[in-house]
Design a protein around this ligand. Structure first.
Ligand code: PEP
Length: 252
C-alpha cells in the first residue's frame, strides 16, 4: 500500500514570521491526518524556524531546491543537500517546472540534484510535466517519459525508496485549470509503466506519484479517487493553513 503524500510548495512567498505562523496554525489542523504524510516547503530562510516549530508533529519539512554539488565548496549562492538536512529538512523538491522554465534546469541538472538529495539520506520530490503546447501537439506522454528517464538516470532500486514523483502539467500550475481526474490518472499510469520499465514492477508499485496543478479543497477528492494518484503537490492553496488542511483532510 502506498501511503499518500500531501505536500505544500510555498514557493517564494512568506517572510519568516508568516511562514512560522502558517506552520503553527497548520499543526493542530492536520494533527489527526494519519492517512497521509504531510510535507510543507517554505523558502530557504524559513526552513530552520519552521522545522523547529513542527518538530515532533506529523508535519515534515522540504526545501524547494538544492545544489547539484554534494561537496561543500566555492559555490556562491548554493545550498547543499546536507545543509538542508542540518536545518531539519527531510525532503527536497527538485526539477519544479518554474526552475526548469526560469532557471534553465535540464533533466541532467535535475538528475544531479536528485542524486545529491538521495546521497544525503533525504527524499527527493522529482517534478515532471508537459507544457500546454506539448499536450496540444500530442507529445505529453513522450515529454514526461523523457523527463522521468533523464531525471532518474543511474538511480538504483534502493535509491528509488527515496523518490517521490510529482506529475505537474505546466498548463495547470497556478492557472486554476486542473487536469481532469481522468487526465491525471492516464499520465500517472504512463509514469508507473515507465518506472516498471526502468526499475522493475516492485519499484513501480511502491513509488508514490503525486499530482500537482491547481489542486484545491474542492477537487482533491476526485483526484485522490484515481488508483494511481498517490497524493498532491499543492502550490497556491497551500499558502493558507485552513485551505491546505482541508486538502490534507480530504478523507476525514
Ligand atoms: C506548484 O507550484 O507545484 C503547484 C502545483 O502550484 P498550484 O497548486 O498553485 O497550481
Amino acid at each position: 500500500m502506498r501511503k499518500p503524500v500531501i505536500a505544500g510548495n510555498w514557493k517564494m512567498y512568506k517572510l519568516l514570521g508568516e511562514a512560522v505562523d502558517t506552520a503553527l496554525t497548520l499543526k493542530p489542523l492536520v494533527a489527526n491526518a494519519n492517512h497521509c504524510e504531510v510535507v510543507i516547503a517554505p523558502v530557504f530562510t524559513a526552513l530552520k524556524s519552521v522545522a523547529d516549530r513542527v518538530e515532533g508533529s506529523n508535519i515534515r519539512v522540504s526545501a524547494q531546491n538544492c545544489s547539484t554539488e554534494a561537496k561543500h565548496g566555492a559555490q556562491t549562492g548554493e545550498v547543499a543537500a546536507d545543509m538542508l538536512r542540518d536545518v531539519g529538512c527531510s525532503h527536497v523538491i527538485v526539477g519544479h517546472s518554474e526552475r526548469r522554465q526560469f532557471y534553465g534546469e535540464t533533466d541532467a541538472t535535475v538528475n544531479l540534484k536528485t542524486k545529491a538529495v538521495i546521497q544525503t539520506g533525504l527524499t527527493a520530490i522529482v517534478c515532471v510535466g508537459e507544457k500546454l503546447s506539448e499536450r496540444e501537439s500530442g507529445n505529453a506522454e513522450s515529454v514526461v517519459k523523457t523527463q522521468l528517464k533523464g531525471s532518474l538516470d543511474g538511480l538504483t532500486v534502493a535509491d528509488m525508496e527515496r523518490i517521490i514523483i510529482a506529475y505537474e502539467p505546466v498548463w495547470a500550475i497556478g492557472t486554476g485549470k486542473t487536469a481532469t481526474p481522468e487526465q491525471a490518472q492516464e499520465m500517472h499510469g504512463v509514469i508507473r509503466r515507465s518506472l516498471a520499465e526502468s526499475h522493475g514492477r516492485d519499484v513501480a508499485e511502491a513509488t508514490r506519484v503525486l499530482y500537482g496543478g491547481s489542486v484545491k479543497p474542492d477537487n482533491i477528492r476526485s483526484l485522490m479517487d484515481q488508483p494511481d494518484v498517490d497524493g498532491a503537490l499543492v502550490g497556491g492553496a497551500s499558502l493558507d493553513a485552513e485551505s491546505f488542511a482541508q486538502i490534507v483532510n480530504y478523507k476525514v
